[in-house]
Design a protein around this ligand. Structure first.
Ligand code: AMP
Length: 216
């Protein structure tokens, strides 16, 4: 009996940059998620389907077996905690960094030097908390789910912790990057039970991805 494989992806950069890796594994996604409202997409391989979930939900889907395998940013994996996940491969895709940014007229270096308490708005509370704790900076963390750039502009926060790629979003909102916390790329994650129960088909996908991963 052929075993069904469910792959969790998020729309956007991760989906787009995973397509060539899927092609290397002989898998073609048969619908464009930007044109379809479907959340389950068929592929050219009847036993493989793609489920579309929020980027931050990919680790949770794979952890609990809602998907056997998924592609998740390192940011989402750290915030999730990684429980129940096997992480065989850094795919080197959807690269960006997690950074601290402030309004151009905010003297971040001086605030840190003076031991000021910083109001930090972010979706990435674990990453931000660890970073500022290591630095010895006291912070009031404000959890947001999007449009982090607005927080310093409206006085909600002194600083944000967000993903930065080209820096254009920061620039357009008169924010400056003052710290780079870590480099981010997307990783392949696999449900630990599925890895045993569906070893052969999952190994084929993992091996095909491994040989297709872009080299630096
Ligand atoms: P940029 O203007 O190129 O610096 O991109 C920054 C915006 O895109 C921010 O809103 C980020 O949250 C988002 N972003 C950048 N890179 C990624 C990524 N790899 N995955 C998800 N969102 C990203």
């Amino acid at each position: 009996m052929t075993q069904q494989i469910t792959l969790a992806l998020s729309k956007g950069r991760i989906f787009d940059e995973t397509l060539p890796l899927l092609a290397a594994a002989g898998i073609e996604v048969l619908e464009d998620p930007e044109k379809s409202r479907k959340l389950i997409l068929p592929t050219s391989r009847p036993e493989v389907r793609v489920v579309l979930v929020r980027a931050t939900d990919v680790p949770t889907y794979v952890q609990y077996g809602g998907a056997d395998i998924g592609v998740a940013g390192k940011d989402s994996l750290i915030e999730h905690g990684g429980q129940g996940l096997f992480r065989p491969l850094d795919l080197g895709i959807a690269k960006c960094r997690v950074s601290v940014a402030v309004r151009a007229d905010f003297d971040y270096a001086q605030a840190v030097r003076q031991g000021a308490r910083l109001k930090v708005a972010t979706k990435y509370t674990s990453i931000a908390r660890d970073f500022f704790a290591t630095k010895g900076v006291h912070v009031d963390m404000i959890k947001l789910y999007g449009s982090m750039e607005l927080a310093p502009l409206t006085g909600l926060a002194d600083a944000i912790v967000d993903l930065v790629s080209t820096g254009n979003t920061l620039k357009a909102n008169h924010l400056v990057e003052v710290e780079q916390i870590m480099d981010i790329s997307s990783h392949l994650v696999v449900n630990q039970a599925a890895l045993k129960l569906k070893q052969a088909p999952l190994k084929r996908i993992i091996d095909a991805f491994a040989s297709a991963v872009p080299q630096d």
